[in-house]
Structure formats: C-alpha cells, structure tokens
Design a binder for this molecule. Sequence first.
Ligand SMILES: Cc1cc2nc3c(=O)[nH]c(=O)nc-3n(C[C@H](O)[C@H](O)[C@H](O)COP(=O)(O)OP(=O)(O)OC[C@H]3O[C@@H](n4cnc5c(N)ncnc54)[C@H](O)[C@@H]3O)c2cc1C
Length: 334
Amino acid sequence: MQPVDVIIVGGGPCGLAAGIEAAKAGLSHLILEMGSLTESIRQYPRRMRFFSTAENIEIGGLPFAISDVKAGRDEALQYYRKAAAYYHLNFKLFEKVWDVTKEGELFTVTTTTGGTYYAHKVIMATGYFTRPRWLNIPGEKLPHVSHYYDEPFKYSFTNVVIIGASNSAVEAALELYRHDVNITVVHRGEDFRSTVKYWLVPDVKNRVKEGKIKTVFNACVTQIDEHSITVNDLKTGEERQIPADFVFILTGYIPDAALLTRCGIDLNPETQVPVFDRETFETNVPGLYVCGTVLAGIYTEKVFIENGREHAQSIIDHIMGREVHKVAELIQRI
Ligand SMILES: Cc1cc2nc3c(=O)[nH]c(=O)nc-3n(C[C@H](O)[C@H](O)[C@H](O)COP(=O)(O)OP(=O)(O)OC[C@H]3O[C@@H](n4cnc5c(N)ncnc54)[C@H](O)[C@@H]3O)c2cc1C
C-alpha cells in the first residue's frame, strides 16, 4: 500500500478530531479502528447521558444540534458518524493495531489480522475503555460477571452486586434500583468516591438511607462464585457471602500500556503516562504522537472529550510546521 501522510490508531472522538484536522490540512490519512466507529461510546451504558453539554463534545467545529442540553449515547453515536461522513474521513473498521515500527522516516503499522499499512506520521488515539482495571480474583471471568454495564431490564427482580463507588457505579446502581433490581454496592473505601457528580450524591445517599440500595463499605471482594460473592471486612477481617445473580465490576479502565510500549513509547513506570511533549503531543519516537485519553495513564478522570479533542489541532499544526495551537494548561499537570 502507498504510504499516507498520517495514520490515526483509534476511531473515538479524539481520533476523529485528529482525522478532521488532517483532512482540513490536506493530509492523506487513514483511521484504523478495532471495532465500530466510536466503539467505546457504543459500549457505554445504553441509556447514559453525557455530563458535558453537547457543544462541549463537538469535533471539527461541526455543531452538535440537539433540542436537549446534554446528549444521550445514541445521539452522540449518530453525531460522530455524521461528522466522519461530512469530512469524508478515511477509515478501516474492525482492524485492531498490534504494533507500530519505524524504519528511517517511514512507519509500518501492523494489525492483528495481518494488515500492513505505511505512513510518515502516526497518532495513537486508542483511549482506555478497552482495558478494564482487573481485580484479579477468582471468578472474575465467570459469564455473569462484567466490567461493562449495559442496561437495566435484563436484571429486574434479580440480585446484582456492583463493585466500585465512582460515577459509573452510582449511575448504574440508581438505574438498576429504579428497575426493581435488588442492588448492593461494595467498595473498599469509607464512602462513595468524592469524584461522584454532585447531582447524583443526594439521590444515591437518600436511597441508601431508605435501604433501597444496600452498601458494603470498607470491604474487599475476594471471590466471585456462581450465586454469591465473598467479601472481607477491612476493619474486622470478617468474611461473609452476599447473594449475586449478576456482578458488575465498575472500577475503571486504563490505557493499553503494552501496546504503547510495543510501539516504542516510553511510559512513566508509576503513572503509566507516556513520554510526550506537552505542546506538540509528540512522543519519544519522532513522528509518533499521542492524542486524547490514551495519554492519561492512571489519571483517566483528567482527560476526556472536552479537553482531549483539542490535542488534534496541536498535533496537525506540528506536522504541518505551523505555529502550534496551545492547549489548556490542564495537560501540564499530568
Ligand atoms: C459513562 C461515561 C460517560 C462519559 N461522559 C463524558 C462526558 O460527558 N464528557 C466528556 O468529555 N467525556 C465523557 N466521558 C469520557 C469520554 O467518553 C472518553 O474520555 C472519550 O471516549 C475519550 O475519547 P478517545 O477518542 O480518547 O478514546 P475512545 O473513545 O476510547 O476511543 C478510542 C478508540 O480506539 C479504539 N482502539 C483501542 N485500541 C485499538 C487498537 N489496538 N487498534 C485499533 N483501534 C483501537 C477503541 O475501540 C476506541 O474506539 C464519559 C465516559 C464514560 C464511560
């Protein structure tokens, strides 16, 4: 295949933003996406609503026109598809990148299906949602256990345990409780995480007070069995079983460090944050860039669409040798 000017690995909102900036700059480009377009968002809870307003998750300056203030999952999926079509972006779907190598000035990108692509520049925009934070406990891979919450109706009138106490856990617990699910939240901390959105806190706290959502705090799950989980009380050391027909482990996700390392990108051993220039997003491999949430390492709550979409313009400015667009100062703190 003829080399293109730039290959973008990952067709999420930030990867698409990079594709749009490349197209606007007249660069030949190819987006390689392992799933459907914006696959991560397609795997979000079916009935989720973004916490950002629609205009704050727009890309390429294309208006995200909805009658409501905040978009739902389906609206966002449709918007990003229309944006890709509007800018005639070149992409290959269901093509998972395995590694990126460089010889001279040319990059070779190989995929798990044996595909080989060539480019002068490569942008890694692979996010974090494909890599759950595993608990590494017995039973974690049983069929009734998942790291991805989907929708409530399947679980009505069953016992469901949620492990975790962040936004995703609280939103899932409230939705399941409202669909006649017997819900228990288990978390090693004292309480729900302080990062829980302020509008969710009174709702979940009142449901707990009313006994409609059960919580087991200061506890660690040590095993998952077919019909129950075993928890260890971190204060007393006592062990007990909690009935569970289904278990959701909503303890977050982290970028695919193994993939970045295979591509030659150095990572901070503690934080998993890649080595990259805070203005141009170029990594320690000249011509290889990081874009969007993939650069957050363990700080996944610090980079999201609102700020990650900005990385694209800085990267393409640098590739074009133009004055680089300065992103907000947040990135300096990662
Ligand atoms: C429930 C929920 C609500 C959220 N609400 C908001 C919000 O309101 N506002 C906001 O700004 N952010 C929000 N976020 C965060 C936001 O969705 C993510 O930060 C965003 O998806 C990041 O975009 P991205 O393009 O960096 O990564 P992703 O959207 O994860 O895209 C990365 C893409 O790369 C693909 N990929 C991964 N590995 C490979 C590979 N090896 N080869 C090829 N393709 C690969 C993936 O399939 C994926 O499609 C929310 C997240 C969740 C879970």
